[in-house]
Design a protein around this ligand. Structure first.
Ligand SMILES: Cc1cc2nc3c(=O)[nH]c(=O)nc-3n(C[C@H](O)[C@H](O)[C@H](O)COP(=O)(O)OP(=O)(O)OC[C@H]3O[C@@H](n4cnc5c(N)ncnc54)[C@H](O)[C@@H]3O)c2cc1C
Length: 373
């Protein structure tokens, strides 16, 4: 067993770290304070080829693996959690479904522009009445000649208003729950598609999240991703590897909070209680990172990884929440001051325990995998 990064992964991490610390981190506090989209950070990521990490070279991407993807998101999140979630959702659930389920025509049409960052991708599954129980979604896609007409509303969609393409899940058949769901690639400029309410969140202020409204949106059959009725499989597979990205987000936030707490202790002195907290924080981050790397390694090597990705998502995001709370506690009153990095990290960490399957849902997935006969 080799727990060291390969020279290629280590060199990739160094490249992303340089960009993240040089360009992304300096604007993180302002992005949070002003609730503004980090355009400069996303443009720099695109120029460095980070919007197409998982996309094969033949379609204009970097052709790297799931571990490189995790490393990329972790480094970005350490610098700015908002930038990381924008890139993460674009790269994984916003693009990967095309890699995994797309026809050759779909790959040729969408992937080069997604890889270059010319287009941002998004994933539209959640609805007002279906979050964890995603299979009960109500958006419809009615067959009409050579196309479908989509109607419904999605909520809490990351990259809302910025994405040029949404992977939309809608009901095509009368079948109950998962069996009646299909996936569609819907351009943001399709007639009848509009951005509804933009949601204010406690954290991740630079990442736009909101409502996607579909009113008689026509898409050709060529925009259906996978077979009719295969949509739920598309969503669940995308979320499986998406959870590797969320683990990276969580690790980056936790590492940033840890580093700041340690630096503060070095500067101002520390009691033994702080030392114990610091040791626990480091141990939690190190163990969480091993789980994330294992899930990424299994995914990259074509092995089953559903359980490990769920365990990584659960443990990494719980770690981020705990570590950011502990770091703020070490910082004391200055940590609680609005605009301090400590309170930003804590606010940014919370949503990670909720999205791409809440941590209760991860436990359901893990138990189901463990009990499989
Ligand atoms: C910042 C942010 C960004 C997001 N981005 C996207 C996106 O880009 N695309 C998208 O489609 N969605 C997105 N979401 C939605 C997200 O995936 C959902 O919030 C998530 O799936 C949980 O659904 P819910 O919030 O409706 O909670 P609910 O399903 O209503 O659950 C509420 C609570 O009950 C628990 N619970 C639910 N069912 C069970 C059960 N069976 N057993 C035990 N506990 C249970 C949950 O864990 C949770 O604690 C985003 C959410 C946030 C906060």
């Amino acid at each position: 067993m080799d727990l060291e990064l390969t020279p290629e992964h280590a060199s990739f991490r160094a490249t992303v770290r340089e960009l993240a610390q040089g360009v992304v981190q300096p604007m993180a506090a302002e992005v949070d304070r002003d609730h503004r989209f980090p355009d400069e950070a996303i443009n720099a990521a695109a120029e460095a080829g980070l919007m197409g990490v998982l996309i094969p070279r033949e379609y204009g991407g970097a052709g790297l693996d799931a571990l490189a993807f995790e490393i990329c998101i972790e480094e970005l999140a350490q610098a700015c959690a908002s930038t990381a979630v924008i890139v993460d959702v674009h790269t994984s659930v916003g693009t990967e479904p095309i890699l995994l389920f797309g026809s050759e025509e779909q790959k040729k049409h969408w992937l080069p522009r997604l890889a270059s960052g010319e287009m941002l991708g998004a994933f539209a599954l959640t609805e007002p009445a279906s979050g964890s129980d995603a299979a009960s979604l109500k958006t419809t896609a009615r067959r009409n000649g050579n196309g479908y007409v989509l109607n419904g509303a999605k909520v809490f969609i990351t990259n809302i208003g910025r994405a040029a393409m949404y992977v939309v899940f809608a009901r095509t058949g009368p079948e109950e729950k998962a069996a009646g769901v299909s996936a569609f690639l819907v351009p943001a400029d399709a007639a009848g598609l509009r951005v509804g309410q933009i949601f204010q969140k406690m954290g991740l202020h630079g990442s736009p999240t909101g409502e996607l409204v579909l009113e008689d949106v026509s898409v050709p059959v060529a925009n259906r991703l996978g077979a009719e009725g295969q949509g739920f499989t598309v969503a669940m597979r995308a979320l499986d590897s998406g959870r590797i990205g969320i683990s990276g987000q969580a690790l980056g936030i936790a590492q940033a909070a840890f580093d700041e707490a340690r630096d503060l202790m070095r500067e101002r002195g520390h009691e033994q209680g702080d030392d114990f907290a610091l040791a626990d924080m480091a141990t939690r981050v190190a163990s969480a990172r091993l789980l994330a790397y294992q899930a990424a390694w299994l995914c990259s090597h074509g092995q089953p990884f559903t359980r490990q990705a769920s365990m990584a998502k659960l443990h990494c995001t719980d770690t981020a929440m705990q570590v950011t709370l502990d770091a703020l506690q070490i910082a004391g009153d200055e940590g609680a001051r609005a605009g301090s990095p400590f309170e930003r990290h804590m606010r940014d960490a919370k949503a990670l325990q909720i999205y791409e399957g809440s941590n209760q849902v991860q436990r359901i997935v893990i138990a189901r995998e463990l009990l499989r006969g």
